[in-house]
Design a protein around this ligand. Structure first.
Ligand SMILES: Nc1ncnc2c1ncn2[C@@H]1O[C@H](COP(=O)(O)OP(=O)(O)OP(=O)(O)O)[C@@H](O)[C@H]1O
Length: 461
C-alpha cells in the first residue's frame, strides 16, 4: 500500500516540527503549511489522506480548512488542534464536519491514536466496502429497515456521522430504534473493529456507577477483590453508547464530563490517569433540554454530548415501512421459533397501518410475536394482533367478535408463572402428549409448541 500522506497546517514552526517528526516515525509521508492560504494550496497539490490543522491561523481559522475540505474533498478527515481548554471551538469544528480534535499541549500518544483511526477511515475509501466485518452486537440482521423518506434521510446522516468522531445525541421515542442507530454508526465507522459497548445508565445502582464506568483497583472498597476494568476501557478504540443518559445522577455527570474532556479515566482507588480512546454516543427518550432547565442535567455535559443531534422518527411517521418491518420480523420470528413462514392477511396489514404504535418498532415486533402464536394456518388475522382499539378500518363482524371472545388468548393474560405452571401441569397429566395437553389447555398444538419453546420446557419432561 502506498505511503499515506498527512498535511499539517500550523503557524508555529516548533509545533509543525514536533508533529512532523511524530508522523514520520509512524511511517507517514508529510507536508506542512503555515496559513489558510498555503494550506488550501497544499491540499490541492499534496492530496493528503488526513489533515491536521491549528484552529488559530494568521489569515483565518481551522474552520476555513474544515469547510473547504468538506466541500471539495469530503472523504478526507480533518482534525483540528485547539487551544487548551477551548472546548467551544472544538465543538464548533466538530459541528462543521471536523473528524476530531486534539487540544494543546498536544499529547503525542493521543495524537498517534487519532491519526491511526483517521487513516483507517481514509483507507476505507480506497476499498469502498464501507461495511466492517465485525462489531455488530446482534446476529439477527441489524441494519435499519425502511424505505420511507424519513429512514432514507436517517441512513444518509448515519453514513456521514460514521465518518466523524463527534459525539452524537440520539433522540427518539421509546422503541423507535435509537440503540440500533447507535450500533449502525459504530459499524460503519473506523471504530468497527473495536467494541460497541451499550450501557443503560438508568440500570446501574448509583453507588456502583463510578466503578462500572471507570473500573476499580483491588481493595479499593469492600468487595473489590481484584482489579476490574470499567466500561470505558471495554470501549477503548470502540464506541460507548450511553442509553437513558438523562438518568445519570448529577455526581456521575461531573465525572463523565471530566473523562470526556480529558479523554482519560481514573479507576476507583487508582492514582494514575489512563488514556482512553472512545467515541461517545448517547440517547434518551426524555426531553434533555428540559432536564437541563430543571437542573437535573448539567448544561456543560449536555453541550458536550449534544454536539450533533440525531432524531429517530417515530414508526407512525414512516409510511410504508410498517409493512416492510412486519415482513422482516415475521421471517425473524419463524426462524427463531423454527416455525413455517407466517403471513399477514390484507385486513391485518390494514389494521397495522392504521395503528399509531406508541411503542414504535419494538411494539410492532411484540405484537407480531404474539400474533404468530395465536394465528391459524400461518395466516395472521386482525384479531390475532390484539391491537388495543381495533381500528375502525377493520370491520369487526359479529361472527368475528364471537371468535375474539372465544379466543383463549384474547382474555386477560395469565402471568408468565401461572401460565408456565398450567402448561407443565397439563403436560404431566397427559404424560407429555402434546396434542392432548393442548386440547386440555384449550389451545392449538402450535400455540402449545411455541410456549414450550418460549418457557424452555423442552427439557423439563
Ligand atoms: N428500522 C428498523 N429496522 C429493523 N429493526 C428495527 C428498526 N428499528 C428498531 N428495530 C428493532 O426494534 C427494537 C427496538 O429498537 P431499539 O432497542 O434500538 O430502540 P430504542 O429506541 O433504543 O428503545 P428504548 O427507548 O427503549 O431504549 C430492536 O429489536 C431493534 O432491533
Amino acid at each position: 500500500m502506498a505511503q499515506q500522506k498527512v498535511l499539517v497546517i500550523d503557524d508555529e514552526p516548533d509545533i509543525r516540527e514536533l508533529l512532523e517528526i511524530t508522523l514520520l516515525r509512524m511511517g507517514l509521508d508529510t507536508a506542512t503549511a503555515g496559513s489558510v492560504k498555503e494550506g488550501l494550496l497544499a491540499i490541492q497539490s499534496f492530496k493528503p489522506d488526513l489533515c491536521l490543522t491549528d484552529m488559530k491561523l494568521p489569515d483565518g481559522t481551522g474552520l476555513d480548512i474544515v469547510r473547504y475540505i468538506q466541500r471539495e474533498y469530503a472523504h478526507v478527515p480533518v482534525a483540528v488542534i485547539t487551544a487548551f481548554g477551548s472546548m467551544e471551538s472544538a465543538v464548533e469544528a466538530l459541528k462543521a464536519g471536523a473528524y476530531d480534535f486534539v487540544s494543546k499541549p498536544v499529547d503525542l500518544s493521543k495524537l498517534r491514536d487519532l491519526v491511526q483511526t483517521a487513516l483507517t477511515l481514509s483507507g476505507q475509501v480506497s476499498s469502498p466496502t464501507g461495511q466492517s466485518a465485525s462489531g455488530g452486537s446482534s446476529s439477527e440482521g441489524n441494519s435499519i429497515i425502511g424505505q420511507s423518506d424519513a429512514i432514507k434521510r436517517l441512513n444518509a446522516t448515519i453514513a456521514k456521522l460514521a465518518r466523524s468522531q463527534a459525539p452524537v445525541f440520539i433522540h427518539g421515542e421509546s422503541g423507535s430504534g435509537k440503540e440500533l442507530v447507535a450500533n449502525e454508526i459504530h459499524k460503519l465507522s473506523p471504530r468497527a473493529t473495536g467494541a460497541f459497548v451499550p450501557v443503560n445508565c438508568g440500570a446501574i445502582p448509583e453507588n456502583l456507577m463510578e466503578s462500572e464506568f471507570f473500573g476499580h483497583k483491588k481493595g479499593s472498597f469492600t468487595g473489590a477483590v481484584e482489579d476490574k476494568k470499567g466500561l470505558f476501557q471495554a470501549a477503548h478504540r470502540g464506541t460507548l453508547f450511553l442509553d437513558e443518559v438523562a438518568d445519570l445522577p448529577l455526581g456521575m455527570q461531573v465525572k463523565l464530563l471530566r473523562a470526556i474532556q480529558e479523554k482519560a479515566i481514573k479507576p476507583v482507588g487508582g492514582t494514575e490517569e489512563l488514556p482512553v480512546d472512545i467515541r461517545i454516543l448517547s440517547a434518551t427518550h426524555k426531553d434533555l433540554e428540559k432536564a437541563v432547565e430543571d437542573g437535573g442535567f448539567r448544561q456543560d455535559l449536555y453541550y458536550r454530548l449534544n454536539v450533533i443531534k440525531l432524531d429517530v422518527p417515530p414508526l407512525h411517521a414512516r409510511g410504508g415501512d410498517i409493512q416492510l418491518l412486519a415482513n422482516f420480523f415475521l421471517k425473524l420470528i419463524a426462524k427463531r421459533w423454527e416455525l413455517p413462514e407466517i403471513f399477514l392477511s390484507a385486513e391485518a396489514m390494514e389494521a397495522l397501518n392504521a395503528y399509531p404504535f406508541p411503542g414504535n418498532v419494538r411494539e410492532l415486533e411484540n405484537i407480531l410475536e404474539r400474533a404468530s402464536t395465536l394465528c391459524e394456518d400461518n395466516m395472521i388475522q386482525p384479531f390475532d394482533l390484539q391491537l388495543p382499539n381495533v381500528s375502525p378500518v377493520v370491520k369487526t363482524t359479529e361472527a368475528m367478535q364471537a371468535k375474539i371472545s372465544a379466543h383463549p388468548d384474547w382474555q386477560a393474560q395469565p402471568s408468565v408463572d401461572d401460565e408456565k405452571n398450567q402448561i407443565l401441569d397439563a403436560l404431566e397429566q397427559t404424560r407429555w402428549n402434546r396434542t392432548a395437553a393442548a386440547k386440555q389447555l384449550g389451545m392449538t398444538f402450535r400455540q402449545l409448541r411455541y410456549r414450550i419453546k418460549k418457557y424452555d420446557l423442552d427439557d423439563a419432561g
